[in-house]
Design a protein around this ligand. Sequence first.
Ligand code: PHB
Ligand code: FE
Length: 328
Amino acid sequence: MTDTLNNDTAGAGVNDAGYATFTAGGFTFRRDEYFATIEWPTGSHQLAIDSFLRSMQRDVAWGFFYGIVNFDEVFGTMNHYGNVDMFAGRFNEAYRKAEVDYSENFDHDVLIECFKAILSDWTNEGYDPFAAPMETGSAFGPSKGTNDAAVTRRRVVADRMVGVPGDEQIRSDETGFPINRGFEDVPQDEPIVRAEAGYEDEVCSFNLFAYLSRSDVTWNPSVVSACKESLYCPTTEEYILPVIHGNDRVEWFVQLSDEIQWDVEDRDTGAKRARVVMKAGDVAAMPADIRHQGYSPKRSMLLVWENGSPRIPEMIAKGEATVHPVDF
Ligand code: PHB
Ligand code: FE
């Protein structure tokens, strides 16, 4: 496991554009006005900086998420829950064949600190990697200020259900966030609960659509209810899911409004497997051996339903659980 981690900000270590360079194990990260450049012992790769920062933002906020977070078809991370692989070309058939793929294992805390430092240093004032492109400033250009308030935003994680007494999360009418321009037609009235005497603290409901209509982030599922390992993680989407997510478990999607198109590929090779067009009311299950990326032409609401059990990858490996949600 690699625990070497450096950035060369000590000394005069910023480049002409004003950005620090970072290293983690055999990987080096540099940014210029337009690109992030990643180098590893057998190759190098460039990503447009806006897209790189959007992916980095998700990887950091989600603590490397379930399974694999591909920033694009070359670079990404694979979560082993406690430690994490950072890779280049590992899930790309051409890189594998040419034997230029590379992967290194890191302690979770070590790599997340490195990624947080990159995100903080490389995000300029006015650019919010969580926001839809039309709702934020530019990621490009020389280093100019920071936007730590945006990049350190915490994801909403309910222990029970939003609004239930004892849960820290609050309902839509109390968030103080404005209704998003895409959701001005969403009714804001809250359900009326008439509980039997003595049950006032146990019966609860809230308007999920109103709640989501005020979300100021995109592609960032938040846990709004938890029932044992069953997690309801709705999110609001616009433009492109910044990462290509490689599943390590089945997950369900319920399209709550508007439309998202999904590209579904083989998780290991990237070979195309399906294109799924989901309209409001559609339900889809994503198998555990694919990777996917979503496209939302307008702001839309999506419910991601996850089984958060830490045992699932192991159960699949042992053949105790299938990669298909349903066997017809
Ligand atoms: C997913 O990878 O399944 C995913 C991630 C973020 C979203 C929606 C879906 O906002
Ligand atoms: Fe996914």
